[in-house]
Write a protein of this length. Structure first.
Length: 345
C-alpha cells in the first residue's frame, strides 16, 4: 500500500456489549472523518438496514457473516465451531488481502484465537501480546501484555519489549522509547524469578532499556513501554480503569455536594472535563494484538461509537507505519544479535 492509499479496515459489526448499533455508528464516523474504507462484517440484511441512508457516499461495504461469537463462549472452541462468525470472517479478510487490519470489541480470547488460526505468528514470536496505552502526565505509556498471556517465560517478555518499543516508535512517534520492566522495586535484584531472568535478556537488547520500574511510575510519564506478564498487566489495566472512574465520580460528588461547591466549581469545570477526557479509554481506541502476521485491534467491550472510531484510527496507523513488518525485523535483529553474542562467548 503506497502513501496515497488509505487502509481498508475489517470491522466486526457484532462485537461488543452494545453491538451492532454503536459499531455501525463508529463505522460511519471512521469512514467520514478518517477517510478509511470499512468492511463491516455481520448479518448483511440487518447491518444494511441499520446503516440506512447514513452511509450514502461513504466507503462502507457490508460483508455477510451469519454467526456471532458471544462474550461468554470458550475462545478456541467458538472460533473452531463458528467458522462463519463475524470475527472469523473479519480476520480472514485480512488473511486474504481484502483488508489490511481487523478491529473487534468482542471476545478478546476469541480475537486472539482467530488471529493465531488464520494469520499465524510473526517468525520468532512465541506469544502475541495485548497492549494498551495508559494516560500519563506526559502523554501515554504502552503496557504490554495486558491479558493475552497469564503465564510467561523470560523470552516472552523479551519479545514484548521489542514489540512494544517498535509500536511506540512507529505509531506514536516516540524517538527511542524508554522501556521498563514492571517489578516491585527499581533495583536489578528485585522481582520474582521471571522478572529477574527477563531483566537480563532485555538489558542485552539494542533498546533504550531503563531497568525495572514500579507501578507508580506508569502515570508519571517517565517510561514509554512497560513490560509485564499478562496476569499482572490485566490487574494493572482493571485497577486503572476503576481508579479513573472512581476519581472522576468523587470529584463530581463533591462538586454537587452544595450550592457553594457548585458556584466555586464553575470556574474549574472546563479543566475537569479536559482531565476526564484524557482518562477516557474511548479516546485511546483499541489495544493492538502484537506479534501476529496482520494487524488486529481489540476495542473495549463497552466501547461507544467514539471508541470504535478511534480503534479504527489505531488500526489504520498501524498499517500505514508497517508495524507488522517493523516488529518482524526487530525480532529478527534481536535473534541475530543474540546468536552473535553466543558465538563470541
Amino acid at each position: 500500500m503506497n502513501a496515497q492509499q488509505k487502509a481498508t479496515i475489517a470491522l466486526d459489526g457484532m462485537g461488543g456489549d452494545h453491538a451492532p448499533d454503536v459499531v455501525v455508528e463508529g463505522a460511519i464516523l471512521a469512514a467520514r472523518e478518517l477517510g478509511v474504507s470499512i468492511l463491516l462484517v455481520g448479518p448483511e440484511a440487518d447491518l444494511k438496514q441499520r446503516l440506512g441512508g447514513k452511509a450514502a457516499g461513504l466507503p462502507i461495504e457490508v460483508v455477510n457473516a451469519t454467526q456471532v461469537v458471544e462474550m461468554e463462549e470458550h475462545p478456541a472452541n467458538a472460533v473452531r465451531q463458528k467458522t462463519d462468525s463475524s470475527m472469523v470472517v473479519g480476520v480472514r479478510l485480512v488473511k486474504d488481502g481484502r483488508a489490511q487490519a481487523f478491529v473487534s470489541a468482542g471476545n478478546t480470547g476469541a480475537v486472539m484465537a482467530a488471529g493465531l488460526f488464520e494469520l499465524r505468528r510473526i517468525k520468532g514470536v512465541d506469544r502475541p501480546a495485548l497492549s494498551a496505552v495508559f494516560p500519563t502526565r506526559k502523554g501515554g505509556a504502552l503496557v504490554i501484555d495486558v491479558g493475552a498471556n497469564a503465564d510467561c517465560k523470560p523470552e516472552y517478555l523479551e519479545q514484548f519489549a521489542i514489540m512494544g518499543s517498535v509500536y511506540m516508535e512507529r505509531v506514536f512517534g516516540v524517538s527511542r522509547p524508554r522501556v521498563g520492566l514492571l517489578s516491585n522495586g527499581e533495583e536489578e535484584t528485585k522481582g520474582n524469578s521471571l522478572v529477574q531472568a527477563a531483566h537480563a535478556r532485555i538489558r542485552a537488547l539494542p533498546l533504550n532499556f531503563i531497568g525495572n520500574v514500579e507501578g507508580k511510575e506508569i502515570p508519571t510519564g517517565d517510561v514509554d513501554v512497560v513490560v509485564c506478564d499478562g496476569f499482572t498487566g490485566n490487574v494493572v489495566l482493571k485497577l486503572s480503569e476503576g481508579l479513573a472512574g472512581a476519581i472522576t465520580g468523587l470529584i463530581r460528588e463533591e462538586i454537587n455536594a452544595s450550592l457553594i461547591s457548585k458556584i466555586f466549581a464553575a470556574g474549574v469545570l472546563p479543566a475537569f472535563r479536559r482531565v476526564r477526557k484524557r482518562l477516557d479509554y474511548a479516546e485511546y481506541g483499541g489495544a493492538p494484538l502484537l506479534g501476529l502476521n496482520g494487524v488486529c485491534i481489540v476495542a473495549h467491550g463497552r466501547s461507544n461509537a467514539l471508541a470504535i472510531k478511534n480503534a479504527v484510527r489505531v488500526a489504520a496507523q498501524a498499517v500505514e507505519n508497517d508495524v507488522v513488518g517493523q516488529i518482524a525485523r526487530g525480532v529478527a535483529d534481536a535473534a541475530a544479535a543474540s546468536e552473535a553474542g553466543a558465538s563470541d562467548d
